[in-house]
Design a protein around this ligand. Structure first.
Ligand code: ADP
Ligand code: AMP
Length: 228
């Protein structure tokens, strides 16, 4: 059996789905429930842009336009992040891979690390829902908890339920024009990955049109089975 040769391999989960599908929301819930680390290439890139690093300078304009950052750059930041000690708890990939080249690079990288993908989970939503979700999204600037004006408001307006901070942020790329481009990029370049993982027998599909807690329950069943 696979597990006999890699008894300590940490679980690796992939969350697939268009922007606004709920990947980040669900990844944070999985992180809390299963102790794995959420690894969002979007968050890593935004941090690089904010810090003004060389990577950030190269990525900024593409991100603002709603395109995909180059495979080479994203694969490099993911490789560095996976090498950090906390990833030994297992990882939930959120927003990576987004192209076939990235998926193949991930297979190679995990192979080198003696790991493999335990499950690729596609969060399925329609495009209209995605636009509504993205246009109401905001995040706590202190702890990163995600909210939505309608679907997940804070209990007290403007105050984070988790940490009490009042520093709420909205993403600059969550605007109508950029969202249309991001959706286009998703259908052209990332959508085909659903078939890629289906062919490998590692795909599960989840109805992500359901409320957040219902999606979390369905996801938990798939994840518990995959990492058992
Ligand atoms: P992604 O990481 O896939 O881009 P997010 O997790 O940031 O998406 O979710 C986008 C927005 O939609 C957030 O404001 C979040 O609170 C909200 N949201 C996430 N899942 C659901 C859901 N199942 N129903 C309604 N709103 C949701
Ligand atoms: P996200 O936070 O996942 O919505 O990503 C925000 C933006 O970061 C995307 O619109 C892309 O420009 C860029 N990005 C994030 N992850 C990737 C990736 N895996 N490949 C290419 N670009 C990415």
């Amino acid at each position: 059996m696979d597990g006999a040769t890699t008894p300590t391999a940490a679980p690796v989960l992939i969350l697939l789905g268009p922007p606004g599908a709920g990947k980040g929301t669900q990844a944070r819930m999985l992180e809390a429930a299963h102790g794995m680390v959420q690894l969002s290439t979007g968050d890593l890139l935004r941090a690089a842009v904010a810090a003004g690093t060389e990577v950030g300078k190269q990525a900024k304009a593409v991100m603002e336009a709603g395109g995909l950052v180059s495979d080479a750059l994203v694969i490099a930041i993911l490789r560095d992040r996976l090498a950090e000690p906390d990833c030994a708890r297992g990882v939930i990939l959120d927003g990576f891979p987004r192209t076939t080249v990235q998926a193949e690079a991930l297979d190679t990288l995990l192979g080198e690390m003696g790991q493999r993908i335990d499950a690729a989970i596609s969060l399925e939503v329609d495009d209209a829902a995605m636009v509504k979700r993205i246009s109401g999204r905001f995040t706590c600037g202190a702890c990163g908890e995600g909210y939505h004006d309608t679907f997940k408001p804070t209990i007290t307006a403007g105050v984070c339920d988790k940490c009490g901070s009042t520093e709420m942020k909205r993403r600059t790329d969550d605007n109508a024009e950029t969202v249309a481009q991001r959706l286009k990029a998703y259908h052209a370049q990332t959508g085909p990955l659903v078939a890629y993982y289906e062919d490998k027998g590692s795909l599960s599909r989840i109805d992500a049109m359901a409320p957040i807690e219902d999606v979390a329950t369905a996801l938990n069943v798939v994840v518990s089975e995959a990492i058992a």
